[in-house]
Design a protein around this ligand. Structure first.
Ligand SMILES: [Zn+2]
Length: 214
């Protein structure tokens, strides 16, 4: 799905062995990327096609299949600022916590340039993205909600018909459910949910039919 609202583009690129959804945001000369998968070449290729150079590389949560591509992204776009939720900063440096150790790999990412906390607002171009606490899948995972676009990037907290796994180190099932209910299901029903894996959905659709939440 490509969202195109008044010159703003929000486009998914699926990358890596776990088919991670990464999202390219473009508004005029402003560009950002949400999550980078493990193998970010398709993102880099798409950015070149768009002649876009990201000013921000934004992390939803610190798992390897979302941050593994960060080093390569930084090599291509050295001016980009890496934005990470505070509660997941330690995952960037820890293969055990970011799960790459489970696959006998050792993924680490450089420390972020900017740390965000739930309740804060991230400005990308002229758009504002509220940082929502959706911890539970990881200790400090967040979602980014843009009221102007009517969209929320949820990482691995909420999926179409599913929720993030909570059998990992630092996961908390009850916390995840509570945060999804309080932070995501409270958004307007028509809000488009852009998850870290699988198809897009809406808040209303998940309220009606997501069996993991009720
Ligand atoms: Zn994850």
């Amino acid at each position: 799905m490509v969202m195109d609202k008044k010159q703003v583009q929000l486009e998914p690129v699926v990358v890596g062995p776990l088919e991670t959804n990464c999202y390219i945001f473009v508004e005029g000369s402003s560009c950002a990327v949400f999550d980078f998968g493990m193998w970010p070449k398709p993102i880099i290729k798409r950015l070149k096609e768009l002649s876009a150079s990201p000013g921000h590389l934004v992390i939803t949560h610190g798992h390897a299949d979302h941050i593994g591509g960060l080093k390569e992204m930084r090599e291509h776009f050295p001016a980009a600022k890496v934005v990470c939720p505070r509660g997941d900063v330690e995952l960037l440096a820890s293969p055990e916590m970011n799960l790459s150790g489970m696959f006998l790999m050792s993924v680490t990412a450089p420390p972020p340039d900017q740390v965000v906390n739930p309740g804060e607002v991230l400005k990308l171009g002229t758009t504002e993205w509220q940082v929502l606490d959706t911890a539970g899948h990881t200790p400090g995972g967040v979602s980014y909600y843009c009221r102007q676009l009517g969209a929320v990037v949820t990482g691995d907290s909420l999926f179409a018909g599913g929720i993030g796994r909570t059998d990992f180190p630092g996961s908390d099932h009850e916390l995840l459910i509570r945060n999804i209910r309080d932070r995501l299901l409270s958004l307007p029903d028509q809000t488009v949910v852009l998850p870290g894996h699988g198809p897009a959905t809406t808040v209303g659709q998940e309220k009606r039919s997501n069996q993991f939440l009720f």
